[in-house]
Design a protein around this ligand. Structure first.
Ligand code: AMP
Ligand code: MG
Length: 520
């Protein structure tokens, strides 16, 4: 399947680290270091993404070969390819962290599909010069989370890196899952990630921090030439490039807000220059709708990366990128205008997106009020975001408030509601029904359009947890079921109705089911 035309545009265009010494160290003046994956002791293929296989025109049978397993586990490297780890820096939780780099990601090669390059990368295949205090490995728990979620996001229509395969290595990896001094051995695993490019904001920031303008320019030219080719040769291409990145990042975070995804660690090293969701760590999905929620225990104090703050953090991250790109065009006004534009665009796009979720087409003066009142009402009493919006599609123009209330009440976590909460809901539903009566479309048409933006199934943390628990015992059936389920998140799938359910009580406080640490 990887028989021909493998290459690496990244290593061809940019400077390599002259040393091949694989120990943690500072690497200056180089975009990457050559590095070999660790050969695993007993690799086993647990899962392959059918949909990604199809996209590349491959068959399942092709993945059953020994060569595929060897490649996807790091046991072997294809002839004429030379794996490498990228060098990048980043702002972590608002602070400049210096050099970070691919501490446990190893890029294998690129190939062309549909006229664009795709990079294949192993995550968890061993240490690199950027591993710092880490071991370069990944555990099954976090690998299942990355594997399932990146594929789920793709099928939700959210820009994301993809995952081709999930492999266990046969080796044990020591992890202190709760950062409480109780380290334990866990099953080692490797995910093969696939994306046009894994370049992050942090790649630019590192060059800028080293005042290496030629290096910075080479990187920007490389990214423009390969991934923003329409900008090639334009006079103000670096500013245009920044504007495009801002636009794509806006697109990405707007989708996150639409489906209730909370990334958890929006550091600038986790911001893709292509506007893809990248690095699935302690992410989560809003169950009870709560703007202040983050799944990441490391961020529990400040909640910097909470749901409602994500669009603002994208802007903050874009500002860091703007500062890094500045030496290339020295156009502070232009960069500031682009950042300003992001704010304006986000506001408009967010309003339009919320109207879509509500199934409203007409521009009306009270649209904004309806949306802000909904956000307040959703927060009053724990209400499941996914279930609420999906059920709202069943509300009809001629419903009474009571009928509408009965239609959505399954989304409430506790019953019965306190009188004041129930009153707030009835008031909002009355406004909504009044607004529906101003629309031209039929109830059925509206439901269809709402169902296309309000997913029925998302990867709730407790679902991933169940897949992990079963997989730890060698049972892949839950992973298989969730993988299949999440390929069609907007479809009804009556046989899968059990996954259209609020988070069960046992999962509310259980580690791994609501809150997660970065340990992976
Ligand atoms: P993250 O918070 O997962 O995005 O990681 C931040 C930095 O730590 C990146 O440079 C990662 O490559 C690195 N890193 C995370 N986990 C490990 C690990 N187990 N071994 C080596 N490097 C790691
Ligand atoms: Mg990262």
């Amino acid at each position: 399947m990887f028989a021909s035309k493998l290459y690496s545009t990244f290593t061809k265009a940019l400077k390599a680290d002259l040393s091949e010494e694989n120990r943690p160290r500072q690497v200056r003046g180089a975009a990457y270091s050559w590095v070999k994956p660790v050969v695993p002791s007993n690799p086993k293929l647990l899962h392959v993404s059918n949909s990604l296989l199809e996209a590349f025109g491959w068959t399942k049978a092709q993945t059953e070969s020994e060569t595929f397993l060897e490649l996807m586990s790091g046991a072997k490297v294809l002839e004429h390819t030379k794996p490498f780890a990228m060098n990048y820096g980043g702002h972590q939780f608002g602070q400049w962290a210096g050099q970070l780099g691919d501490g446990r990601a190893i890029n294998l090669f690129e190939l062309t599909q549909n006229g664009r390059p795709w990079m294949f990368q192993l995550k968890g295949a061993g240490p690199t010069p950027y591993s710092r205090r880490g071991d370069g490995f990944a555990v099954l728990r976090s690998s299942i989370r990355e594997y399932l979620c990146s594929e789920a996001m793709y099928h939700l229509g959210v820009p994301t890196t993809r995952a081709l395969s999930l492999v266990t290595t046969g080796d044990q990896v020591l992890r202190d899952m709760f950062y409480n001094g109780n380290a334990a051995y866990e099953t080692g695993a490797v995910v093969c990630r696939v994306a046009p490019s894994f370049v992050r904001f942090g790649n630019f920031e590192l060059y800028a921090s080293q005042q290496d303008v030629p290096g910075l320019q080479a990187l920007a030219d490389y990214v423009i030439c390969n991934f923003y080719p329409e900008l090639k040769g334009k006079e103000n291409k670096y500013l245009l490039f920044f504007e495009q990145v801002a636009q794509r990042s806006l697109e990405m975070v707007l989708h996150w807000q639409r489906v209730g995804f909370v990334h958890g660690v929006m550091n600038t090293d986790n911001m893709s220059i292509l506007g893809l969701t990248i690095d699935y760590g302690p992410y989560g999905w809003l169950e009870p709708y709560e703007g202040g929620w983050t799944p990441n225990t490391t961020d529990a104090q400040n909640k910097r990366y909470r749901f409602e703050n994500q669009p603002h953090i994208v802007l903050w991250n874009l500002l860091q990128l703007a500062n890094s790109l500045y030496p290339l065009m020295q156009d502070a006004k232009g960069l500031e205008a682009a950042l300003e534009q992001y704010k304006i665009n986000y506001k408009q796009r967010h309003q339009a997106m919320m109207l879509q979720k509500l199934g409203l087409e007409k521009q009306k003066a009270d649209n904004s009020k309806l949306i802000s009142l909904l956000e307040v009402t959703l927060e009053r009493h724990p209400t499941d975001m996914t279930i609420f919006f999906r059920l709202l599609g069943h509300v009809e123009k001629n419903n009474s408030v009571l009928e509408a209330y009965n239609t959505v009440q399954e989304a409430f976590y506790e019953h019965p509601l306190e009188e004041a909460d129930r009153f707030a809901w009835e008031s909002w539903l009355q406004l909504y029904i009044n607004r529906l009566q101003e629309e031209d479309q039929t109830d059925a048409t509206r439901k269809t359009t709402m169902d296309a933006v309000n997913p029925k199934y998302v990867l709730r943390n407790y679902m991933a947890h169940l897949a992990i628990e079963a997989a730890d015992k060698g049972d892949m059936s839950v992973l298989e079921e969730l993988y299949a389920l999440l390929q069609k998140p907007y479809e009804e799938q009556p046989a899968m109705q059990k996954w259209f359910a609020k988070r069960p009580d046992w999962a509310a406080e259980k580690p791994g089911c609501s809150m997660l640490s970065c340990s992976s």
